[in-house]
Every structure is written in C-alpha cells, then in structure tokens.
Design a binder for this molecule. Structure first.
Ligand code: F1P
Length: 347
C-alpha cells in the first residue's frame, strides 16, 4: 500500500506541490497555519503530522477531533489550510466539521483520503488520494501508514513553497520516503517475536501505552488498535504524564508497551520505564536499532531494523499493529469485524 501511495514520487527528483491538485500553488502558497480535522485513526495521523509541520515547514498546526470541532466557537483565520483526513471519505463527523470550517470562511481545504469519489473529497479544493487499496478490516491499518506518507509529502510541499526546504534536505527526505516500503517490510519480519509477546496478553484485561514526542500519537494509535480488535482496555499516555496519575494503575498485572525510538527523548523515556519497573509493571519496549536498553526480567525489548528519523512513526506503528493483531488472535476475537464497530461511520 505504501509503495502505491509513494509511486507518485518514484520517478521525479523533487517535491512538487501539484501532487495535491492543479490549484495547489494557489491554495498552499502563503498558508499561515494548518487545522487538521479527523476521527479515530485518521485523527492520530494528524497528531503525528503536527510535529512534522511545525518542525519542518514551520507552520503552526492544530489537530481537532472532528466530532467535537463544530461545537466550539473557534476563531476562523483565512490563511488556515484545513486538512481533513479520512480513510473512507464518508465519515459524517469529519464531513460536518469540514462544512463548518468552510462556513466560517476557511476556503483553503485539502482532503487526504483513500476513496476518490467520496463525499469529503467532493467538498475540498485539493485532494491527495492515498491509493492504499480497500481496507478489508474495520480497523484502519494500511490507511494510517499511507496517510502518514501523504502528510509527510504535504509537510515538504509547504516547506518548499515557503522557501524553507534546502535542496539537500529535499533529497534526503525523498530518499527516506522512497525507501519506506522496504523498511516496513523489514518490520514485518519481526512478526514471530511480536507473536510470542502477544501470547502473554492472553489473560490481560488492561494495557498501558507510553510514548514521547511524535511517538506519543503512535502510542495512542497502538492503544486504539488493541481496544478495537482484541477488546483489551488500553490507554495511551505521554510518558511524562505517568507520575500525574496513571502510575497508580501499574502493578505486575499491567503490561506497559513503550514506543522507544533512538531520538533525543530516549533518555527521558528510559527513566519513565524505570518508574514502571519499580512498581512491577511488565515492559514491552519497541526500541530502535542500536538502542542500549538492556532486556532483563520483566523487560522485553524488540529492536526496529533501522532508525528512521522523522518517519520513524511509520515503522513503529506497524509493529504495534502486529501486536494488536496477534493479541486478538490469542483472545479469539474477529480481527476483521470487531463487535459494535462499523467501517464507515456515516451517521
Ligand atoms: C475514522 C474511523 C476509523 C476506524 C473505524 C471507524 O474513519 O474512526 O479510524 O478504524 O473504521 O472510523 P475514516 O474517517 O478514516 O474513514
């Protein structure tokens, strides 16, 4: 799916904002801020992209849960680019939020969507069709990774239009993006080990996910996937929040899943992990290649095949998706059709 999405940059040697449509230069040029509106997994993609948009394109970004956005008196700003993210393109709340933003006068609009002829796509000035192929299950998985790829391309396009992307950085990001499907393939090879971890979730009712920085939303997505398909109650926290409440939940019955890439936040995260261990919590750590986090009793470590910088969330989420998948198989739930959920929430 990722290879399909990224085919659009396979041949070209540069980032071309026209990836988003013929009016891209008009709509994206001079954007002063970004407002992302989305639900569920698509909302988490927006939360990751906020880190990219602010760090690379230097554009302030707000990410709103679409089902709540229209109930606030938000202050409109005409230089805002409204980005709606939706796998199906039919999610009623996302569509309503988009229409609300347009009524407020925000006309620069972009849909990141998997379905070309969908209601949301028809409402926006620009669109990026992720071409992930049909999602077989209810829970979004490949939709999420392809949304992230699209959002990385958006970040680079905005940076380029604003003159904030050097040629060297552009070449570096393009290389990383093109190599992404291969990198994900290597994560899939970790499946046997992840499956072994999942066996240990058989009798579990609760789990805690921790992350920091751009991997905090990845922890959120990991928790959502586990809830959706295995019915294990899962919560995600920014690791620094542990001592502000959730630490009270940690005992030897609580599996704690940590997203621990080798970035500048790793040392802080490690001290959070010690706080968990000191309370007997069993740790499942998704570390990066080369990370020095020693395995010990109650501390399980899995190393991602390579450290992937800005795009590392794409690799880490695939590992978490596999964990949920295997936990669901162990629990005997229907991974494709979880109870009470619909693929597309149109009412
Ligand atoms: C949003 C969403 C999905 C979730 C489920 C229910 O859908 O929350 O993330 O997996 O299918 O709807 P969409 O707007 O991305 O189609």
């Amino acid at each position: 799916a990722l290879a399909n999405t990224l085919e659009i940059i396979a041949g070209g040697g540069s980032i071309n904002p026209q990836l988003f449509g013929s009016q891209a230069a008009e709509v994206l040029g001079g954007v002063g801020r970004v407002l992302v509106l989305a639900c569920g997994t698509s909302y988490h993609a927006g939360l990751v992209a906020r880190y990219w948009l602010e760090a690379v394109a230097k554009v302030p970004c707000t990410v709103e849960i679409a089902s709540e956005y229209r109930y606030r008196d938000s202050v409109p700003n005409p230089d805002t680019l409204v980005v709606v993210i939706s796998q199906s393109g039919e999610t009623a709340d996302t569509l309503a939020a988009l229409k609300h933003a347009k009524r407020l006068g925000m006309t620069r609009t972009l849909a990141i969507c998997n379905v070309p002829e969908s209601a949301i796509v028809r409402e926006t000035a620009l669109r990026f069709i992720t071409r992930a192929g049909p999602e077989i299950g209810v829970a979004s998985t490949k939709a999420f990774t392809t949304q992230l790829a699209a959002l990385a391309l958006l970040t680079l396009s905005l940076a380029k239009l604003a003159g904030r992307l050097s040629e060297a950085d552009e070449a570096r990001y393009l290389t990383a993006l093109r190599h992404l499907p291969v990198a994900v393939q290597k994560v899939l090879e970790l499946e046997p080990e992840i499956e072994r971890w999942a066996q240990r979730f058989a009798g579990k009712q609760h789990a805690l996910f921790l992350g920091r920085g751009q991997h905090w939303p990845i922890a959120m997505e990991g928790a959502l996937k586990l809830k959706e398909i295995s019915y294990i109650h899962a919560e995600a926290y920014a690791a620094g929040e542990l001592k502000h409440g959730p630490l009270a939940l940690v005992d030897k019955e609580m599996p704690v899943i940590a997203v621990a890439p080798a970035d500048e936040l790793l040392e802080k995260l490690k001290s959070n992990l010690q706080e968990v261990r000191a309370r007997g919590g069993e740790l499942y750590v998704f570390a990066d290649a080369g990370s020095e986090i020693p395995a010990s009793e109650g501390v399980h470590i899995l190393h991602m095949p390579e450290h992937y910088g800005m795009l590392s969330p794409v690799l880490h989420v695939v590992a978490l998706q596999l964990l949920s998948y295997h936990a669901a198989l162990v629990k005997g739930t229907d991974v494709d059709k979880p109870r009470n959920l619909a693929k597309s929430v149109t009412v």
